[in-house]
Design a protein around this ligand. Structure first.
Ligand code: PLP
Length: 406
């Protein structure tokens, strides 16, 4: 008789976004006239930029010729893209990352989840609270999280690092020293960022304890503040303790096209092994690469036209973030994030619970948000709003929410 992975049975009921979608659906069915504006799920709405689509089109044409056809590509990504990333995202910032340290993939979500394959089950894992749920759930699936404690909303073997108003939503090194530390800056869901000095504390901590930092900078393109590093490798010492995840999803609208990458420095060794070699082995065994057409599109992001065009889209979302942040603040609501990130973290007024406030905003303003409690216990009392909608819809949504408090 087959035995299933029983860790899956320990996962709590529904995934956050499915529950949000369910509640929106139920409300819409009961109120067919309601025009709901979604500031909830973090998907982009701006189309792919012309530089990307023309590169993709040219690649499709190439694939239709005997000379240009390509079958399986390198599992790590084509050299042209790895080179463009090394130059465009690192050398341009004065950071040395070699193409051989870059692994192109179909998503930061997959990479954040799959990276656990190269680490033992007995490692102690630390996550921010609140947190992007993928880090928690994938460790739970692998058996690294222990048992889920319903009443606390926590797994008993994970170390939770509260990111709350009192610490500026920045994780602090915990007393129980973790082996694996997930950091995310700019942060989903709080929109907070870590400065170079704050990151340096983590890098020194990880190097001192032999831990590994899994650094997710999927929202790096949204950084505007000068003291916030765009990559953890701007911090001295990071090459011996950090793995970085990046994505074209939010940077260039690739949520539906799928392209991302992970950087594993050659110097990063644990247990006598180079993690770069382990990740390479894992990817070569379980992954067959990103489509050539998609990688050509991603490479176009690094051309001068591509860069200018994607930055225009980022500016569009940044303007939305400003509308949300400033509009809600003017209505007397406490808002965080939204400066270096596409997420605004709103404190629910009057101490309302996240889901209670979610339901209220949905019913009174017909605006869908994401309840902070869904990202971890310290997210209780907050909701997350995203800047990825259309400009007009975002303005209308802010106006409606503000009206609730006038
Ligand atoms: N990392 C964070 C923090 C995210 O919020 C998301 C998507 O919402 C991802 C990774 C997923 O990125 P990708 O589309 O590349 O899988």
């Amino acid at each position: 008789m087959v035995k299933i992975n029983e860790n899956y049975l320990k996962l709590p009921g529904s995934y956050l976004f499915s529950e949000v979608a369910r509640r929106i659906r139920v409300y819409q069915e009961a109120h067919p006239q309601a025009e709901i504006i979604k500031l909830s799920i973090g998907d982009v709405t701006r189309p792919l930029v012309p530089a990307v689509t023309s590169a993709m089109r040219a690649a499709v044409d190439e694939m239709g010729t005997a000379e240009g056809f390509r079958g399986y590509g390198p599992e790590q990504g084509y050299e042209f893209l790895r080179e463009a990333i090394a130059q465009g995202d690192y050398a341009a910032r004065g950071v040395a990352v070699q193409p051989g340290e870059i692994f192109v993939s179909d998503g930061a979500k997959s990479d954040c989840g799959n990276i656990g394959d190269i680490f033992g089950v007995d490692n102690v894992v630390a996550v921010c609270d609140p947190v992007y749920p993928v880090y928690v759930d994938t460790n739970a699936m692998a058996g690294r999280a222990g048992e889920y404690q319903e009443e606390l909303g926590k797994w008993n073997r994970l170390v939770y690092m509260p990111c709350v108003e009192a610490n500026g939503f920045a994780p602090e090194p915990p007393e129980d020293i973790p082996d694996i530390i997930y950091l995310c800056s700019p942060n989903n869901p709080t929109g907070a960022v870590m400065t170079k000095d704050q990151l340096k504390v983590w890098v020194d901590y990880a190097n001192a304890h032999g831990s590994v930092i899994l650094y997710d900078s999927a929202y790096e393109a949204f950084i505007t503040s000068g003291n916030v590093p765009h990559t953890i490798f701007e911090v001295e010492g990071a090459r011996t303790c950090a793995i970085e995840f990046r994505s074209f999803s939010k940077t260039a609208g690739f949520t539906g096209s799928r392209c991302a990458y992970t950087v594993v420095p050659m110097e990063l060794e644990r247990g006598g092994a180079k993690l770069n070699a382990l990740w390479n082995r894992r990817q070569c065994t379980k992954f067959n690469g990103v489509p050539y057409v998609v990688q050509r599109g991603a490479a176009a992001v690094y051309t001068p036209e591509g860069r200018a065009q994607i930055m225009a889209n980022i500016d569009y979302y940044r303007a939305n973030a400003k509308v949300i942040r400033e509009g809600l603040s003017a209505a007397g609501l406490a808002c965080f994030g939204g400066v270096d990130a596409p997420y605004i973290w709103l404190k629910t007024p009057g101490g309302a619970g996240s889901w209670e406030f979610f339901d209220r905003v949905l019913a009174e303003a017909n605006v869908a948000t994401t309840p902070g409690a869904g990202f971890g216990p310290s997210g209780e009392g907050y909701i997350r709003l995203t800047a990825f909608g259309g400009a007009e819809a975002t303005k209308a949504a802010v106006e409606r929410v503000c009206n609730m408090f006038r």
